[in-house]
Write a protein that binds this ligand. Structure first.
Ligand code: 26Q
Length: 809
């Protein structure tokens, strides 16, 4: 139907009439989206069932990727692309008087994630299905996604993201597969036939109802499942009467507490938010997900000892670490395994990815909270801890110090990273440098104990969304030049390198970039009423707002450039447009203050006629997956300027590279590997190395005030922060930023790296003047970006960690 335009048009119009009672002339864009989405959803139903049948019949090992976040964005365009129906549908709609892009805009973003970790999970889903692996996602169907950001008077204001308001055409509610999750209660222990039996009583029941979303693979008819759990009341109102007085209020309280479990995503991507509700969410995901996995496994009628051969459970950071004690609980209390057998099965089934080295982001839960909310699970964690510490002491009786550093429970807290390492067979970092720092610094004693568990899997991004869908003109040019094999073998993009000196190819690459810049410029004009020059350098930093990501260094440098232009008004300059996009955690005041600063500087710069034509600054509100798809293809320069050693990998860096932007960056995260491939000629590196940063932390020797005193450019911009001169509103507005640098000695080395940063920017600007040279570097970047396709990453997870092979249907 979708491969034949006429057939598509007919059935589309039929659906419009039968479902909405509307003709094509009467339909709104929202109607068109809804009908098209449901048509596709129904169309893939057969492949979906077929895929599940094949998995069952062939008894293939299944991977379940447990994640508190899946930042999938919109699905319509990508689903059409993966189904190979994009052009037919586009043309069909065109003939019916509708533009596909406009219809795509109707879809709300599924913003079920904060940033990199959530987006990585979404890219992995796409690669698993496209490479025909049996790999599924397991997450939470938050009623509200990450907050919607409005900028009001320069400040971030958070609004609820009511993404489900108009329904969700992609999901399938599976009430028949609901699962009971239990909280609170007391554990009763007794002996029965020589066995200790554990039974939890007086617990609270909650239904976990799965909503399944099809994950459509590219080209091959493979459809995996993203299963998102929603919490529902398990109390029967009919029984209320017998429970006596106040039962009505108890009922309402209970309902309210159940609803809150899957109500919203915690808007925090690093800070410690030790909230009971978050712990409830984590257990809800782990318990429902695991019980459902075991139900599927039970159909194979195999002994539990075979679980690791048929099931791999992967945990995306420590957020779903409770799968470890929960799997132990299910195996021991419900499936009759002994401790040793259960432990052997669990530690051969679970694998773990670490995404951060920041100590404040390592999860810890107060013992009391875990014990009360999850009494039986807590007992198991205690037992794991006891055995683990016992094992350490047995190896070395004098190692008490080491034991307390490595314990799972210590100082009244459960340390989730320790539990994740002890209870899994694989621990991976997300870029080479990050994994080395994990092994030799943060998790060193664990690496020494279990060297075989540690491995690196550098992150990746799906080239289907981030190149084919986001940048169709560039994709077309690539296919015209090197054929289409790169689509299934992204490494083949390397064949573009031979065009780097080809004048006409260079020109076409730059023309495509200009087209993308024009499109972004018109979006900006429409949203903010500001005209930007498509011939200026589009210099972009889009990512969550965090101290270590150093958006502050970027905006201070913009202030410096502004001062320069004002001081030397007649000097020739390459026009530049600085674009920012970032959400700050609502309780992270410093981050919010940096957002305000960017907006204040933007206002001052954009309304100053003297710099007009040379400098523009934009803060684009509500950065999200769909906005990223508009911004990234239009970027000339990608800002990846984190303090070395802090960014585990970064994935935005890869998206920009794939779209031909040149990076200005530090040797941090995956930038290191980008540099390995690109060399100094095709990337602009600057700043401290991670060893230098570590040395400063260890031995001191850095004084931000000295830099402030010695560098007049820095002194000037810092002073401008706190004086009501050119930028500032009132003197106190940016006091917090000023103090964080000068009173708290600049934790992220903003001033220390500033001079190198400014110098590298100047060098970059000079290269841009030679458009041929710039185009050549841009081509080299695109050519090497295939290495960062998540297909390559997933192939490595599949063979090194999960032990799975593609499944032929
Ligand atoms: C923890 C406790 C309580 C509430 C929230 C959290 C929390 C939530 C999200 C902690 C961390 C996160 C997300 C972290 C994250 O996105 N990390 C990024 O992961 C990317 C994928 O591996 C990397 O590329 C980035 O470098 C890393 O910052």
């Amino acid at each position: 139907m979708f491969n034949n335009k006429e057939l598509f048009k007919t059935s589309f119009q039929e659906q419009l009439v039968s479902r909405l009672g509307k003709s094509i002339e009467e339909a709104t864009a929202g109607d068109i989206y809804k009908i098209l989405g449901s048509l596709i959803r129904e169309y893939v139903g057969r492949d979906w069932a077929e895929t599940n049948r094949a998995y069952k019949v062939q008894q293939e090992k299944q991977v379940y990727y447990f994640s508190m976040e899946f930042l999938i964005g919109r699905l319509l365009g990508n689903n059409l692309l993966n189904l190979g129906m994009l052009e037919t549908v586009r043309e069909g709609l065109e003939e019916l008087g509708w533009n596909l892009e406009e219809v795509e805009e109707q879809e709300p973003d599924a913003g079920l994630g904060n940033g990199g970790l959530g987006r990585l999970a979404a890219c992995f889903m796409d690669s698993l299905a496209s490479l025909q692996y049996a790999g599924h996602g397991c997450g939470i169907r938050y009623k509200y996604g990450l907050f919607e950001q409005k900028i009001i008077d320069g400040h971030q204001v958070e609004l609820p993201d009511d993404w489900l308001q108009k329904g969700n055409v992609w999901e399938e509610r599976r009430a028949d597969k609901k699962i009971e999750v239990r909280f609170w209660g007391h554990v009763k222990v007794w002996e029965e036939n020589g066995r200790t039996v554990f039974d939890t009583v007086d617990y609270e029941r909650v239904w976990a109802v799965p909503y399944d979303v099809p994950v459509i693979g590219y080209g091959a008819g493979h459809v995996n499942t993203l299963r998102l759990w929603s919490a529902e009341s398990a109390m029967d109102p009919a029984k209320m009467r017998v429970e006596g007085q106040n039962s009505y209020y108890k009922f309402l309280d209970y309902n309210r507490s159940v609803e809150s479990i899957s109500e919203f995503l915690y808007p925090d991507d690093s800070g410690y938010e030790g909230k009971l509700l978050r712990l409830k969410q984590q257990y809800f995901l782990c318990s429902a997900g695991l019980i459902s996995v075991l139900r599927t496994f039970d159909k194979l009628k195999l002994p539990y000892g075979k679980l690791p051969e048929k099931v791999a459970i992967h945990i995306n950071d420590t957020h779903p670490t409770l799968v470890i004690p929960e799997l132990m609980r299910l195996l021991i209390d419900e499936k009759g395994c002994g401790w040793d057998e259960a432990w052997d099965i669990t530690t051969r089934t679970v694998s773990y990815t670490n995404h951060t080295l920041l100590s404040e982001a390592l999860e810890k839960w107060p013992v009391g909270m875990v014990r009360e909310l999850l009494p039986r699970v807590y007992m198991i964690i205690e037992e794991i801890n006891k055995r683990f510490c016992g094992m350490l002491l047995k190896g070395d009786p004098h190692s008490q110090d080491l034991v307390s550093r490595m314990a799972v429970i210590e100082s009244g807290q459960v340390k989730m990273a320790h539990l994740a390492i002890v209870g899994s067979y694989s621990v991976n970092g997300v870029a080479g440098l990050h994994t080395e720092l994990l092994k030799n610094d943060v998790m060193k004693p664990f690496y020494e104990l279990y060297p075989e568990r540690f491995n690196n899997k550098t992150n990746g991004i799906t080239h289907r969304r981030w190149l084919m869908h986001a940048n169709p003109e560039l994709s077309r040019l690539i296919s015209e030049s090197i054929g289409t094999r790169w689509i299934s073998h992204p490494h083949q993009l390397l064949r573009l390198e031979r065009f780097k000196d080809d004048a006409s190819f260079r020109e076409r690459v730059m023309d495509i970039k200009r087209g993308n810049k024009l499109r972004l410029a018109s979006y900006i004009k429409q949203k903010q009423g500001i005209a930007v020059d498509p011939d200026s350098i589009f210099d972009v930093q889009v990512k969550r707002l965090h101290g270590y990501k150093r958006q502050l260094m970027n905006i201070l440098h913009v202030m410096f450039l502004y001062n320069e232009i004002k001081d030397h008004p007649s000097a020739e300059r390459v026009p530049r447009t600085f674009i920012f996009g970032a959400k700050a955690a609502p309780g992270y005041y410093l981050a919010k203050s940096i957002i305000k600063l960017i907006n204040v500087v933007a206002d001052a710069v954009n309304k100053d006629a003297q710099v007009n034509g040379k400098l523009k600054v934009l803060f684009l509100e509500n950065y999200s997956v769909s906005l990223a798809e508009k911004i990234i293809p239009a970027a000339n320069v990608s800002e990846q300027i984190s303090t070395a050693g802090k960014e585990a990998s970064g994935t935005g860096n890869m998206k920009f590279m794939m779209n031909g932007a040149l990076t200005i960056g530090t040797l941090d995260g995956a930038n290191v590997e980008m540099h390995d491939m690109l060399g100094d000629d095709n990337m602009f590196l600057f700043g401290l190395r991670s060893e230098e940063v570590l040395d400063y932390y260890r031995y001191g020797g850095y004084l931000a005030r000295d830099v402030y005193r010695q560098d007049s450019r820095i002194k000037r911009v810092m002073d401008q922060l706190v004086s009501s001169g050119s930028f500032c509103c009132h003197e106190q507005e940016f006091g917090l930023i000023y103090q964080s640098i000068l009173d708290h000695n600049d934790e992220f080395f903003v001033l220390r790296d500033f001079a190198a940063y400014a110098k590298t920017h100047a060098a970059m600007e000079r290269v841009y003047l030679d458009q041929g040279a710039w185009a050549s570097k841009s081509i080299v970047n695109i050519a090497h970006a295939g290495h960062f396709s998540s297909d390559c990453t997933i192939n490595r997870y599949a063979s090194d960690i999960w032990g799975i092979r593609p499944v032929t249907l």
